[in-house]
Write a protein that binds this ligand. Structure first.
Ligand SMILES: O=C(O)CCC(=O)C(=O)O
Length: 241
């Protein structure tokens, strides 16, 4: 899954404070619509990264302890952090990124989850090519903002996107077996505080971490409200006798 020769993604310089600037938002939107993802360089300041990391890590520690007590195997991925941490819940529903996510999705938001993605040094597991909107049929609308807590590159298991894959037809599932991880693959090399935003239909994956460097990130994932309501109604009809 690693592509050492491939050029890393360029991005748009944009701190969280700059999200009020209409010109910046429209540049972000243009890139997102074209590629299915966009990188915001310098999005979170060092103190914002610290605050996000503290909240997420504390929550993950509590959830991991509870999960261990219940006899579940350890995991480097934790979802629904907002259920255990009011600050993260507030970020998910009303963080500074929320108006931008509404613009990119083109609808009101149905906040889904605040998640933790750890790839500790020596980790031998990556994440296979998948789309976050899989399993909902065609036309699922949603997007994720993923915020790096550590620098990430190809040597510590960075995220990769397949540029333009949000316009492809995908099989109706989350993981995509046999996906071409060469053509159009873009390694998302980031510094701590950079953010990557991707559509729920953009194929992405990440590698193992043979290095001694950490590679942690927190994400906030949203469905478009209309698409989510249509899916929920479809499920309810299916269940009806
Ligand atoms: O951080 C990673 O390795 C994967 C992230 C991911 O799959 C996601 O944000 O949907």
């Amino acid at each position: 899954m690693q592509q050492p020769d491939r050029a890393a993604a360029t991005g748009i310089a944009c701190s969280s404070a700059q999200l009020v600037d209409a010109g910046t938002v429209s540049a972000i939107q243009e890139r997102y619509n074209h590629d299915g993802f966009v990188i915001l360089r310098g999005y979170a300041s060092a103190s914002e990264v610290e605050q996000l990391g503290c909240h997420a890590e504390g929550t993950v520690r509590r959830l991991a302890a509870a999960s261990e007590r219940a006899g579940h195997p350890p995991s480097d991925i934790r979802k629904n952090l907002q259920a255990d941490n009011p600050w993260l819940a507030e970020q998910l529903t009303s963080g500074v990124h929320v108006p931008l996510m509404r613009t990119l999705i083109g609808d009101e938001l149905e906040p889904a989850t605040a998640a933790w993605f750890d790839r500790p040094p020596g980790s031998k597991t990556g994440i296979k090519p998948h789309i976050d909107g899989g399993g909902r049929g065609s036309g699922a609308v949603g997007a994720t903002i993923w915020i790096a807590l550590d620098a990430a590159d190809r040597s510590n298991g960075c995220l990769h996107y397949s540029s333009g894959s949000h316009r492809m037809q995908h099989p109706d599932g989350i993981y995509i077996d046999g996906f071409d991880t060469e053509t159009n693959a873009v390694p998302i090399e980031v510094e701590a505080g950079d953010a990557a935003i991707h559509s729920a239909l953009t194929v992405h994956w990440s590698g193992t971490n043979p290095s001694r460097r950490p590679r942690r990130a927190v994400s906030f994932f949203y469905w478009g409200a209309r698409s989510h309501a249509a899916f929920t109604a479809r499920m309810a009809r299916k269940k009806a006798p």
